[in-house]
Structures are given as structure tokens and as C-alpha cells.
Design a protein around this ligand. Structure first.
Ligand code: F6R
Length: 262
């Protein structure tokens, strides 16, 4: 794992977008794992701009989102399909048939989850998985006590997550779905590379626990310590409770691979 600290949210999300763009230029058929949520909005803004201004090409790219609410249709404004179409897919030259999210309306959820796993496998696995961290320490919707080897499945959301996501439902907690389909921790861990983005003071405590604390299913993001290639990008407020910041900055300043991003 490596930790990159950027001065503010704008710089952190810009760096993540540049990392994705570099991978996509190097491998036009990239299989990209995507996340939703407030943090990612800025990343998608940058990617749309790279497409507009620099011709970043998504035509061969395939995508798999981490999760989708159960019970919301794709054209529900609060569904993650709607979020992705609005913020990225409809604004770049991606083929919508190459974009995948779990079907939150599936009658047979077990079959839908297996189908999603099969699709990922048939595409050769995820090359680059983008991740946020929830206040509960989740990646995807892998809430506390999710098995660290779990696969795509339906999952109940914690009260904390429901509260965190309520602003997207007009602040009305009763409107937030109680369940979602999510890739499992095991599914995420099989991605070739993971990039985590966390910004803002509200994430400082959970970032420190995930990065520097013990690996525990109580904080599923901590499983990423076992991942072979995971980059955690944070802004200064989200880095505030990390103990090793001096060392992380030293690596970023000295590692040749980061030269173009300094
Ligand atoms: C969303 C997802 C979640 C979010 C996390 C952070 O697809 O998988 O794990 O990344 O809840 O959400 P924000 O960015 O809204 O704080």
C-alpha cells in the first residue's frame, strides 16, 4: 500500500483522475471498476474534461460499478446507474453496453450476484478498481463484519451508512434503501490495482484505522493492506489522523514512478 497526501480535495481528485487517464491511454480496453458517492463526483468531472479537451478515449473501455441499491430502477434519480450515466457515461464516448452495474430490481438476487461475478470473470477481471471509504469503513457496501473473502451479494446497510447517504435522498433517511448489491471484499481484492480516494476531515479517523490499524472485518477497507497494488490518495484533512505522514510524503517525493504527478 502507498499513501499519497495532496493539499486539498481538488488536488487529490485531480491526481486520481490523472492516474485513471494514464492507465486508459496505456490500455484502451481497460476494465475499470467504478465507485459512486460524493467523493467521486470530482474525479468524474476531471475525466469528462480530459475527454473533451484532450480526447481521452473511452470507446473500448469496460466498466463495473461496485454496487447498486436494491429496489431502485435505473432511471430513478437516486440509483447508482442514474448517477453514473449523468456524471460520466453520457458525457464521454463510452459504449453503454460496456458499462455494468448490478441490477437492483432483479427478482432472483442470488442469480444476479452470480451473473455479475461471471461478467467480471468473462472480461478477464478488473484492471483498476476505484474505491471510496464510507464512515463505517466500508469499501463498496461491505459493511462491518463482511467476510474478507466475500463475493458479490446482497447486503443490509448500517444505520451509519444510511445516514451518510441520506443527503442524496433529500436528507430523508426513510427514503434511503435498506439493502444493496455489492461486490464482495474478495471480488475487490482480485482487482489488479486499487486506487482509494478519501477527502475531508470526516474521513480522517476511518482512513487512519484502515491504513494503519489492524486488518479487521469491522473495517473492510483495512483488507486493502493485503492487496498487492493499492494506492490511497487523501487530502490534508483526511490525512490528519495518520501517524506516518512524514514517511508517506518522503516516498511520494522520492519514488521515480510519482515524478510526473508531483
Ligand atoms: C459507492 C461506494 C461507497 C462509497 C463510500 C464513500 O459506490 O461503494 O463505498 O465510496 O460510501 O461515499 P462518499 O464519497 O459519498 O463519502
Amino acid at each position: 500500500m502507498e499513501v499519497i497526501i495532496r493539499p486539498d480535495e481538488a488536488a487529490a481528485s485531480h491526481l486520481v483522475a490523472r492516474l485513471i487517464a494514464r492507465e486508459l491511454r496505456a490500455r484502451p480496453q481497460l476494465v475499470l471498476g467504478l465507485a459512486t458517492g460524493r467523493t467521486m463526483e470530482h474525479v468524474y468531472e476531471h475525466l469528462c474534461r480530459f475527454h473533451r479537451e484532450e480526447g481521452l478515449d473511452f470507446s473500448l473501455c469496460r466498466t463495473f460499478n461496485l454496487d447498486e441499491y436494491i429496489g431502485l430502477s435505473p432511471d430513478d434519480r437516486q440509483s447508482y446507474r442514474f448517477y453514473m450515466n449523468e456524471r460520466l457515461f453520457n458525457r464521454v464516448n463510452i459504449d453503454l453496453r460496456n458499462t455494468h452495474l448490478p441490477n437492483g430490481l432483479a427478482v432472483d438476487l442470488k442469480a444476479e450476484c452470480q451473473h455479475y461475478e461471471d461478467l467480471i470473470r468473462d472480461c478477464g477481471g478488473i484492471d483498476l478498481q476505484l474505491l471510496g471509504i464510507g464512515r463505517s469503513g466500508h469499501i463498496g457496501f461491505n459493511e462491518p463484519l463482511s467476510a474478507l473473502r466475500s463475493r458479490t451479494r446482497d447486503k443490509a446497510l448500517t444505520p451509519d451508512t444510511i445516514e451518510q447517504n441520506a443527503p442524496m435522498f433529500g436528507g430523508d433517511i426513510s427514503r434511503v434503501p435498506r439493502r444493496a448489491i455489492t461486490m464482495g471484499v474478495g471480488t475487490i481484492m482480485e482487482s489488479e490495482r486499487c486506487i482509494v480516494l478519501a477527502t475531508g476531515a470526516s474521513k480522517a479517523k476511518i482512513v487512519a484505522q484502515a491504513v494503519e490499524g489492524p486488518i479487521t472485518s469491522m473495517i473492510t477497507a483495512s483488507a486493502l493492506q493485503l492487496h498487492g497494488r493499492c494506492t490511497v490518495v487523501v487530502d490534508e484533512p483526511a490525512a490528519a489522523k495518520l501517524k506516518g505522514t512524514e514517511y508517506y510524503r518522503w516516498i511520494f517525493d522520492n519514488e521515480p514512478g510519482w515524478q510526473e504527478f508531483r
